[in-house]
Structures are given as C-alpha cells and as structure tokens.
Design a protein around this ligand. Structure first.
Ligand SMILES: *Cc1c(COP(=O)(O)O)cnc(C)c1O
Length: 476
C-alpha cells in the first residue's frame, strides 16, 4: 500500500515514512492510494476476530490492510501491547451501552486520559518507539494543546525510548482535571510548558519553531497532531468494533454520530464506510463552532477568525477550521488533487472560504457518502446531560452530550441502530456537570486525589525564543 498527497504531488510513500511526517511536501494530507475493500467473507472474519480473539486482533487485521512495511508478527505484537484490558479498563476495549430504543453509546474513553484520543495515541506511542529504534533515530515532539490531545500524547509517550515531548498549553485555561493529569507526570521525557496566553499563542509558537527549518532539523522536531494518518487509521478499528457489537449479520446497517472538531474522528468513519463497512449515515455533531455543520447544510466551507471562535463548554470541539476536512473533500471531488489544491491551498488562503453549493458533487456528501450534520449549544448540552442522567442513570460528558442531542434529531423512526461515539468521560469537564446536575460526576478510582499530586510544569511568556531555549537545554 502506498500513500499519496491530497494536493496531487507525484511522490508515493510507504506507511512508516509518513508515520513520522506531518504534511506532504505540497502541503496536502496523506491518504492511501485506494481503500481496501472488505467483502462479506472478510467482514465475517473480522466479526469472529473481535468476538473470539479480541480488539487487538481486529486492529491487527485492519492495520495489515494498510501497513506492508512492518513484519506481521511485529505489528500483531504492537497491537497486543496497546489494546489491553489493563490500559482500557475492559476486555471489550470499546463496549456498547444501550440508552433507548436503537440508540447506543460506544465507550471510547476508558484509556489512560479518559478521552477517545487514547485509542489512537496509545498505538502511535508504540509505533513511534518501534520505528525510531529500527532507524536508530530520536524524535522531539512539540505540540500545542487545549487539553485532550496533549494529555493523550504525554500518556502515550511517557517513558518511551527515543522520544521526548514538549507540550505547550495556555496557562490556567485547561480544566482543573486536565491540568492535574498533565502536570502530575514525573517522567523525564515529558515537558509541560504553560504559556502565558491563549491556545492560539501556543499554536503560533509551534508553527514558528517548525518553520525554522534549521532548528527543526537540528533538534529533530516532530508532531503528533490530528492530521497524522496513523492516528486516523487506528480510529477506523473502533467503527468495525462498534458495528460487530450492534449487529448479528452483515446485511444489517448502523449509523454513527460523532462529536466533531478537527474532523479526524468522523473521517475515520468515512474511511471505514469507504472500505465497505455497512454504515448508513455518518452524523457530524458540532457545538457553537459550527464550521462543519454549515458546510454539510449549505456547501459553503468558511474558516472562522480567532475572534469568531467561541469558547464553549465542549472545548475540545472549539475549532476555527477542521484540519482533516481536506481528506474528505479530496474524495468528494473524485480524488482530484489539482482541485483540492485550488480549494485548500488557494481559495482558503485568499478568501477564507470556498463554496461547493452549486457543484453537483456537493449532493454526493449526503447521497453517496452518508454525511449529515447538526449542532448543539450550551443549553442543549445541559438539557441532554440532565435528561440522560434522569432517564438512564448515565452521566455523559459535554462533548458526548452534543453527540446525543444531534443523534436524536437524525434518528427519527429508523430501525437502523444509531451509535454515538463517547469521546470523553464527564470528570474531565466537571464544572459543567455540576452546572447541569448540581453535583460533580464520579471520579474513576485511579484518578482520585490527582489534583494534590506534585506538579512538573514550566510557566513561560508567549515567546518563541524562550521556548526554543528551553528545548535546546533539555535535548542534551
Ligand atoms: C478531540 C476531541 C473531539 C473532536 O474530535 P476530532 O477528531 O477533532 O473531530 C471531540 N471530543 C473530545 C472529548 C475530544 O477530545
């Protein structure tokens, strides 16, 4: 399997080459040359693999379709090391829970940082360690986080050979639990940098450092952001796991609702559907930052300015543009790299928007690819958390609540099961749960008292030079 760029660059690469890379040389995103097709017999084999051998075997079989430059025995060992009951809380790894007739929650948030990002990041940590050792190389991961990505990356990379993490975050702006989670890590290879500024300042610093090509090469700076193909690929697996749990035979369909920000999670659903997994609809749920809902309703994709990006109570979906969206648009345009480049490279850079409303391909987003969308607000979130708690005794987090709210709007009387992806546990966003329910959510036993642990964090001005100096000092 070879990988190409969404912007038409001629070069083709193998999986392990793009594993450690960010963007393609032309600024595009990597995608496989084609999506391997899963026929009825293969789907039955995957069903059996999950039920009889477990999630790790399912992951191995799906990853094998896309990775041909890691020996099978090694890849299987990496999957087995990653997806254990010990790390993810249950043998099923991603169990389904029934809410009401035909509406299910798929639990993706029982990993080390209690958000679905662990599903991909834990695998990425093991893949990085494996590939860096094989090459005899080192990597210094520089990132910016508003919460979930940074902690998932740190818990995935802690103690790994050959990897250091420098994670910037806006000082005092993450939830209390998120700060405690990240800053209590005492591992030598993990560095927390709390920047006196907002998330955009952190992102600007990361960009400035990455644009200094000499510094980047000298200090082997890399990223683990959501455009990484390996992360997306790891997420494809739980769409299969959700499907085989919700159905008994391969002629049944299911739909998924996905609380969305950067379009990574739901893009993995698009890949699974493109492989032939019987998915009816992919429902994109956004919060007040409705860039994606606007596109799927109108055909207009309009990036927001920082000042038009709302700070909401589902903060991990507070995006101004959706960094993985280009992958889907490339497929929507019939994989036309030149057109994708014109839209994402030129139109967005010049006008901050593009408009496909008059183009016949726009209708395909719903008809051929199953995409629909909806939006949820703070008031919807509170009402949904209350209602779900009152009727089912289940406390859901704010992002998952956005999903449940939008899923209900799209379910109608359909007999097709609707699976909402649970993207975090409520303890991560306790303030809003208190606002909704009048009491805090349950804290999983292993995190009780985490706020009181000693902290390892460096507070710094929003200054590129200071961050660079810190990296230099700690790369010896
Ligand atoms: C990252 C995140 C999202 C958004 O996922 P995308 O892949 O960026 O669309 C939603 N909910 C939570 C809790 C997250 O951490």
């Amino acid at each position: 399997m070879l990988y190409l760029s969404t912007r038409g660059h001629a070069e083709r690469k193998h999986f392990c080459d793009i594993l450690l890379e960010g963007l393609a040389p032309d600024g595009g995103l990597y995608l496989p040359e084609h999506y391997p097709q899963v026929d009825d017999a293969m789907l039955t084999r995957l069903r059996t693999a999950y039920h009889e051998q477990g999630y790790a075997e399912l992951a191995f079989q799906i990853l094998s379709l896309y990775i041909d430059d890691i020996p099978a025995a090694d890849l299987r060992a990496l999957c087995e090391k990653t997806y254990t009951a010990e790390v993810f809380g249950t043998g099923e790894i991603v169990p389904l829970r029934h809410l009401e007739n035909g509406l299910w929650l798929e639990a993706l948030s029982n990993g080390p940082t209690l958000a679905f990002k662990d599903m991909a990041m834990q695998l990425l940590g093991n893949l990085f360690e494996y590939e860096l050792a094989r090459r005899g190389e080192q990597l210094n991961i520089l990132g910016a986080t508003s919460g979930d990505t940074g902690s998932a990356a740190e818990y995935a990379m802690r103690g790994k050979e050959g990897v250091r993490v420098f994670m910037t975050s806006p000082h005092g702006r993450m939830s209390a639990f998120q700060q405690a989670q990240m800053f209590s890590l005492q591992d030598e290879n993990i560095h927390n940098i709390a920047v006196e500024g907002v998330f955009d300042d952190c992102q600007d610093i990361v960009k400035a450092v990455s644009n200094d090509l000499e510094f980047k090469r000298k200090y082997k700076i890399g990223t683990v952001n959501s455009i990484n193909w390996a992360r997306l690929l790891a997420q494809v697996v739980y769409y299969f796991a959700g499907y085989v749990q919700a159905t008994e035979t391969n002629d049944q369909k299911v739909s998924f609702t996905v609380p969305s920000g950067n379009f990574g999670n739901v893009c993995a659903g698009h890949v699974a559907r493109s492989m032939g997994l019987p998915i009816d609809q992919l429902v994109v749920a956004t919060n007040e930052n409705d860039v994606l809902d606007e596109f799927f309703r109108t055909g207009v994709y309009r990036v927001r300015a920082s000042c038009d990006t709302h700070e909401t109570s589902s903060p991990s979906m507070d995006i101004s543009k959706a960094s993985n969206f280009e992958r889907f648009v490339f497929d929507l345009l019939g994989r036309d790299g030149a057109r994708t480049k014109a839209l994402f490279g030129d139109a967005l850079a010049q006008d901050g928007r593009f408009d496909l409303s008059g183009d016949p391909v726009f209708a395909n987003a719903a008809q051929k690819y199953g995409f629909v969308s909806g939006k949820s607000t703070h008031a919807d979130r509170l009402a949904t958390i209350r209602d779900t708690h009152a009727r089912f005794g289940v406390t859901i987090d704010t992002h998952t609540a956005d999903g449940v709210k939008v899923a209900r709007e799209h379910r109608g009387n359909s007999a097709v099961p609707m699976i909402v992806l649970e993207t975090a546990l409520p303890i991560k966003f306790a303030d809003t749960i208190v606002e909704a329910l009048g009491h805090p959510p349950e804290c999983p036993a292993k995190f009780v008292g985490i706020e009181n642990l000693p902290r390892r964090v460096q507070v710094m001005a929003a200054d590129v030079a200071q961050v660079k100096a810190y990296i230099e000092q700690h790369c010896k």
